[in-house]
Design a protein around this ligand. Structure first.
Ligand code: HEC
Ligand code: HEC
Length: 213
């Protein structure tokens, strides 16, 4: 009996410990965030003047993955990608060098209120709706993200940022590195949008999905 309850206790505490490790420590993450606020805003809402996207509401696995891509030069090193280079430099601080630090940072970002982003892109959302089905396979029908396909949440993101990123995939400034499997999958998808108008239209449609989150 004693042995059984001891085993049970160890199971429960072991599980709780693993959960705590997995979840990251938001308090520790808070101490890492001040340097990010200059570009992403104090509550991670994004800042168009700095070309820095909203971080609030983005999924944790995706935030971590992007930080790791920047850290390993798989994102933000392509010629002409000034914004990516700025961010790559920010990802390489010694205090962010461990996976645990990135977990803590992502846990802190997860505490931010996910405010709606202002609408800045005008496009025809009805046309965009017909372009979106191909995207749904990896980003979800409501653009909510799909970790199994490595597709991030798009709904609620700054629309100007979505436009910028689609153009970067088209120009080969994202998804250019061998180890960036997700980005390499996304590149041919960006190529299906054959004009600036088509990009604006699909992004206008994604804007309509933000309210359904
Ligand atoms: C000097 C300005 C600046 C600072 C400081 C900065 N960033 Fe960024 N960040 C950017 C820009 C610009 C981009 C967009 C890069 C691009 O266009 O590819 C970006 C992109 C990102 C992305 C990718 C988001 C996505 O959806 O693709 C993440 C994650 C991120 N930053 C996290 C952070 C964190 C965490 C910090 C603090 C440790 C930080 N940034 C500090 C400018 C900055
Ligand atoms: C085969 C799967 C797949 C399809 C289909 C797909 N994407 Fe993606 N997309 C991805 C992946 C994976 C990423 C993340 C790449 C990375 O990790 O850098 C991504 C990233 C993006 C980003 C950057 C988001 C950010 O926060 O940085 C945008 C914007 C985007 N996709 C738009 C679209 C649109 C619009 C379509 C439809 C025309 C589409 N995608 C179709 C897989 C896909």
């Amino acid at each position: 009996m004693l042995v059984r309850s001891l085993q049970f206790f160890m199971l429960v505490t072991g599980f709780a410990f693993a959960q705590a490790l997995w979840a990251g420590d938001a308090q520790l993450g808070k101490g890492l965030f001040p340097v990010c606020t200059a570009c992403h805003g104090p509550t991670g809402q994004g800042n168009q003047a700095m070309s820095a996207p909203k971080l609030a509401g983005q999924e944790k696995w995706y935030l971590m993955k992007q930080m790791q891509l920047f850290q390993t030069n798989a994102r933000g090193t392509a010629p002409g990608d000034m914004q990516g280079m700025q961010m790559a430099a920010m990802s390489k601080g010694p205090q962010l060098a461990s996976a645990a630090a990135l977990e803590n940072l992502a846990a802190y970002i997860a505490t931010f209120v996910d405010e709606p982003s202002p609408i800045t892109v005008s496009g025809d959302s009805a046309v965009g709706k017909n372009l979106y089905p191909v995207c749904a396979a990896c980003h979800g029908a409501s653009a909510q993200g799909n970790e199994a396909m490595a597709g991030p949440r798009l709904a609620g993101q700054n629309d100007w940022y979505l436009v910028n990123q689609i153009k970067k995939f088209q120009k080969g400034q994202r998804g250019y590195h061998d180890s960036d499997h997700g980005g390499r999958q996304m590149r041919p998808m960006a190529a299906t949008l054959t004009s600036d108008q088509a990009i604006n239209d699909v992004v206008a449609y994604i804007n309509t999905l933000a309210t359904t989150q």
